[in-house]
Design a protein around this ligand. Structure first.
Ligand code: OAD
Length: 255
């Protein structure tokens, strides 16, 4: 399906002039790498109930079950490859004077596509950390050593994936930096997220209130679609390379 890239003149002007840009991504950006989203048909939260797998209480009750499920997710993420959407966003670092990539994803695909700094709001599956003392070790090594049960830490606690679970706080400094970038952004591009999980989704509203031009890339509408100056209703792997070309054209004609 051809993407409708008809970009209003005012948005072209904003793309050409943008100085402080934020891209905010969700599971949809990794869909074309073969990783499931959470809330689409057949998505992760239709396969398991989040309260049985992604909460501290679930880990306390069934540490082995939770560990094995995350071990499988780790292996899938490690075996996946970045797609053209991740690669396009890695290039955005060179397109604007200031660029901040904020992701809700834990799969590490932005970094593997070449993004140098990524604010991971929901942590990362590349690392495990002790649920008691916070010590960290590589998830791959932990899973190889102990595929069935969470390995024990020297402190006596258990290792868990270094992701944020429901009922837990987001990493404070990461959220602070993401909020600051959103509040200062003149262009904010939301990609592949249902924009329903807070506080992450609040960044969109923060940027919009501060006057950013909002672009949404998602085949389906979201609660924030009505605020978007431009909506690209297409898969990220197709839309982002095209949008990147348009941005380059707009910036060449501005300078
Ligand atoms: P969701 O599963 O809620 O939303 C994925 C979005 O991606 C949907 O709006 C889809 O329409 C869209 N989508 C699907 N395929 C796409 C494609 N090829 N290109 C672009 N968009 C596509 O995932 P998130 O919004 O990331 O948190 O979910 C947010 C948080 O909820 C996750 O970080 C996770 C989850 O519970 C935690 O685990 C803490």
């Amino acid at each position: 399906m051809a993407i409708d890239m008809e970009i209003p003149e005012e948005v072209r002007r904003r793309l050409g002039a943008a100085r402080r840009v934020v891209a905010f991504t969700g599971a949809g950006v990794s869909k074309e790498s073969g990783l499931d989203t959470f809330r689409d048909a057949g998505g992760v939260w239709q396969q398991v109930r989040p309260e049985e797998m992604a909460t501290p209480e679930a880990f306390r009750r069934h540490p082995g079950r939770v560990w094995r499920w995350y071990a499988a997710r780790y292996r899938r993420a490690a075996g996946a490859r970045p797609n053209p959407a991740h690669r396009a966003l890695a290039r955005w670092e060179t397109l604007f004077p200031s660029f901040t990539l904020v992701t809700q994803n834990v799969d590490g695909l932005h970094q593997r596509a070449g993004s140098r700094e990524t604010l991971e709001l929901h942590g990362t599956i590349a690392w495990a950390r002790c649920h008691s003392c916070g010590r960290r070790r590589e998830m791959g090594e932990a899973v190889r050593e102990s595929p069935e049960e969470p390995p024990a830490c020297a402190c006596g606690g258990l290792f868990r994936p270094a992701v944020v679970w429901f009922g837990e706080l987001l990493p404070e400094e990461v959220l602070a930096r993401a909020s600051e970038a959103a509040a200062r952004a003149d262009l904010f591009v939301s990609v592949g997220t249902s924009a329903t999980v807070y506080p992450a989704a609040g960044l969109i509203e923060l940027a919009h209130r501060a006057g950013a031009c909002l672009i949404e890339v998602n085949p389906e509408p979201t609660p924030f679609s009505r605020l978007a100056a431009l909506r690209l209703a297409a898969a990220a792997g197709e839309a982002l390379p095209r949008l990147t070309e348009e941005i380059e054209t707009c910036r060449r004609s501005t300078t």
